[in-house]
Design a protein around this ligand. Sequence first.
Ligand SMILES: [Fe+2]
Length: 266
Amino acid sequence: MNGKELFYRIEEKIPLKLALPTDRVGYIGKKDPGDLEILRILLLMDYYPEEGLDYTGYDLIVLHHPPRVPPLIPAYVIHSNWDLLYGGACDALADCMKISCTDVLDPATGLGRIGEIESGPILLSRFVRYVMRALKIGSVRTVNYSEDRLIFTVGLVSGFGLNQDLIRMAQHRGIDLYLSGDLTHPGAILAKQSDLVLIDASHHATELPGLFRLGEVLSGLGVEVTVKDTGVPFGVYSDHYRPVSYLSTTLDREKSSVSWETGYIS
Ligand SMILES: [Fe+2]
């Protein structure tokens, strides 16, 4: 299919104008889209040129996150316009969580969703296990967790939603729990000032349902689509991790240094 025609068809379904003002979405490439012949698309969350992915056989890469460097082959970014779109990334996450949506989380931008768990109120401990199973992850980070709390309403944003602005927003929306990724230390402290439960299921895992749904939408336009999960851009090392907060030391005048490894006063 001609590139101009394909981009027109994509933008009919996922309009560029839905994107947040600072977001860089749409075509990236040297050639005029009208000179591209696109039959096979590679769909990725991130572009990592250093990983040496083989692009031969693909005419276009579609990326969810805008790339940091110009890609080796023509590319097209579908980012916040997909997050905001009705039926897009946030709805794909809600469907994966079996949450029926009743509202958006941020009325000013249309970002995020609020809804109820389809099967009815559920214990937080069960919901957390369900999140891990549905998103195929081995752990989540939580704030204000108590296993016997009943969860009625859930807010969610795919990807980056646990920033302080959106946590503040969620605290005022009358929801029990807010699910997203990218929780920071200050964000968790902010959340502790209310009884809103946070679940950080990671940026990557909360965006995967939307990435695969995007693959379905693109393949419905008459091109062959391969979705590849590029994973997370960091490694994890864990060896009997013990949070430092479990250590407690009291310094007196004579013993003034603390050994980091043991937490004991030396
Ligand atoms: Fe993202």
